[in-house]
Design a protein around this ligand. Structure first.
Ligand code: TRP
Length: 457
C-alpha cells in the first residue's frame, strides 16, 4: 500500500508497542473500576464473563484495529480511509476513525478529572492523612474533594499538563521513552502491593471472592456489563490502539503482540483485585460491593489502620496515577497525530491546542460534581453523567461493531491476510470467523442491553 505520510514514525524497539498498548489498556479501568464492578456483581461469575469477553470479542477486534493502523501507517482517520480505499470501499468508512478520535477526546476530558483525584490521594497518603480514619471520615474527605471545584481544576490541570508534555516530545522521544520507564515501574509497584496484601490481608477470602462462583450467578445483565468493561479496559474502538499500531514495525506478529497486551491487561486487573480485596476483607465494616468509593473511601480506611500504611498507601496511589497517566496519553495521541498529519501543524502546537480544548471541556465534568450536580441536561443526567453514558455505552460498542463489520466483511481478506502473514492459517481463519460471526452480535446485544437498562428504569 502507498503511504500518505512518508514521515510517519516507527517505534525504535521491538517491545514498545506492547508496553505502549498495555499502558493504554491498564488504567483506572483495571485498578479502580474492575475491582468495584466485580464487587458489585458478586465476584467469580462476573470475572468469568469478563474473561470470555476479552478472549472471544476483545482480542479479535483489537487485532482488527492494530491491523488497520499498521497497514496504513497513518492516524486513525487517515488509516481507515486508506484501508477502505485499498479494498475499493466507500470513503464513508472513515467515519469509524472520526467516531473513535472524537470519542477518545471526550473520554480524555473527564478521565483526566477522575485521574486528578488520585493525585490528591497521593498527597494525602504521603502526608499520613489516612491514619486512624473511620469509614465516615474517609467518606466526608472524599465528598469534600468533589465539592471543591478549585481543587478539582488544579489536579485536572496538572494531569492534562503531564499528559501533554509527553506527547509534545513526539512519538519516539516522548511516548516511547516514557512508557519504557513507566510500565516496568508500574509492574514492580503492583507486585509490591500484592506482597503487602498477602502479608497483612485476608488473601484466602479474596481468592474465593474473585474465583469461585455458582452457575446460577450467571446472567445476561452481568454478561453485558462484563463485555462492556472488557472493551473499555482494552482501550478498544477509540483509535488509540490503531494509532499505536501505526508505529509498529512490519516484521512484528500482530497476533502474538495482541495476546501479550490482552494478557497483561487481564493479569493487572486480576492482580489489582488480589491486592485490594485482601485489604478490604481484613478491615472490619467494609464491604466488597462498596461501589465507586471502593478505592477512594475503603482503601484509605484500610491503609489508615494497617502496619506501614503510609508507605504502602503512597505506593498504591502512585501506582494508580502512573496507570492513569499512560492511559490519558493514549487518549490524546490519536487526535494529535491527526492534526499533525492532516494540517501539518507541529506536534508540540497540536498537542497544546488539543490538551487545552480537553481541559476546557473537562471543566464541565469538574462542575458536575458540585455546582451542576443536580442539573439534569438530558435523560435525568448531568453533564458528566451524559458524557459518560454517551461515550461508554453508545460510542464504544458502536465503534467496535463498525470495526468488526468493516474489517471482517469489507476489507478484502487478501489484505488482512497480508498483515497477519506471521500467523498460522488456522489462527487467521479463527480470527476472521470470530470477527464476522461472534463479535457483531455480541456487541449488538451489549449495546441494546445497556441502552435499555439506562433508559428503562
Ligand atoms: N483502558 C483504559 C482503562 O482501563 C482507559 C482507556 C485508555 C481507554 N484509552 C482508551 C478506553 C481508549 C477506551 C478507549 O482505564
Amino acid at each position: 500500500m502507498k503511504h500518505p505520510q512518508r514521515q510517519h514514525a516507527i517505534w525504535g524497539h521491538r517491545g514498545t508497542f506492547i508496553l505502549a498498548a498495555t499502558g493504554s489498556a491498564v488504567g483506572l479501568g483495571n485498578i479502580w473500576k474492575f475491582p468495584y464492578v466485580a464487587g458489585e456483581n458478586g465476584g467469580g461469575a462476573f470475572v468469568l464473563l469478563y474473561l470470555l469477553g476479552i478472549v472471544l470479542v476483545g482480542v479479535p477486534i483489537m487485532v482488527a484495529e492494530v491491523l488497520m493502523g499498521r497497514r496504513a501507517r497513518a492516524n486513525p482517520i487517515g488509516a481507515v480511509g486508506a484501508v477502505s480505499a485499498e479494498s475499493g470501499r466507500s470513503p464513508l468508512w472513515s467515519a469509524i476513525g472520526w467516531c473513535g478520535v472524537i470519542t477518545a477526546f471526550l473520554i480524555l476530558s473527564y478521565y483526566s478529572v477522575v485521574a486528578g483525584w488520585t493525585l490528591e490521594y497521593v498527597k494525602a497518603a504521603v502526608t499520613g492523612q489516612f491514619a486512624g480514619q473511620s469509614g465516615e471520615q474517609a467518606g466526608a474527605v472524599f465528598s469534600a474533594l468533589l465539592a471543591d471545584p478549585y481543587r478539582l481544576v488544579l489536579w485536572q490541570s496538572v494531569f492534562i499538563a503531564m499528559t501533554a508534555i509527553v506527547l509534545a516530545f513526539g512519538v519516539t522521544r516522548g511516548l516511547e521513552t516514557t512508557v519504557r520507564v513507566l510500565m516496568p515501574l508500574l509492574f514492580v509497584l503492583l507486585l509490591v502491593m500484592l506482597g503487602y496484601a498477602v502479608q497483612v490481608g485476608d488473601f484466602g477470602a479474596a481468592v474465593r471472592f474473585l474465583f469461585s462462583f455458582n452457575v446460577s450467578d450467571l446472567s445476561w445483565a452481568k454478561a453485558s456489563v462484563a463485555l462492556g468493561h472488557s472493551f473499555f479496559t482494552l482501550s478498544l474502538a477509540m483509535g488509540a490502539i490503531m494509532a499505536y499500531g501505526s508505529y509498529m514495525p512490519k516484521r512484528a506478529s500482530i497476533g502474538k503482540t495482541v495476546f501479550a497486551v490482552a494478557g497483561l491487561d487481564t493479569l493487572v486487573a486480576l492482580v489489582a483485585g488480589l491486592a485490594i480485596f485482601p485489604i478490604v476483607f481484613a478491615t472490619a465494616g467494609i464491604e466488597p460491593g462498596e461501589g465507586p468509593g471502593l478505592m477512594y473511601i475503603s482503601l484509605p480506611v484500610a491503609f489508615g489502620s494497617m502496619p506501614a500504611g503510609v508507605l504502602f498507601g503512597s505506593v498504591f496511589f502512585v501506582l494508580v496515577t502512573l496507570a492513569a497517566w499512560s492511559s490519558t496519553i493514549s487518549l490524546l495521541e490519536p487526535l494529535v497525530a491527526y492534526i499533525n498529519e492532516r494540517f501539518g501543524l507541529a506536534r508540540p502546537l497540536a498537542t497544546l491546542a488539543i490538551a487545552f480544548a480537553a481541559w476546557l471541556l473537562g471543566l464541565g465534568t469538574v462542575l458536575s460534581f458540585n455546582v451542576w450536580e443536580g442539573q439534569q441536561w438530558l435523560l435525568g443526567r448531568n453533564f458528566f453523567g451524559l458524557l459518560d453514558f454517551f461515550t461508554i455505552n453508545v460510542m464504544l460498542p458502536l465503534g467496535g461493531l463498525l470495526m468488526a463489520i468493516f474489517v471482517g466483511w469489507r476489507v478484502l481478506p487478501r489484505y488482512s491476510r497480508l498483515e497477519l502473514r506471521q500467523e498460522p492459517a488456522w489462527m487467521y481463519n479463527a480470527w476472521l470467523w470470530a470477527l464476522r460471526y461472534l463479535a457483531p452480535p455480541a456487541v449488538l446485544v451489549i449495546m441494546i442491553a445497556s441502552i435499555y437498562a439506562e433508559l428503562a428504569p
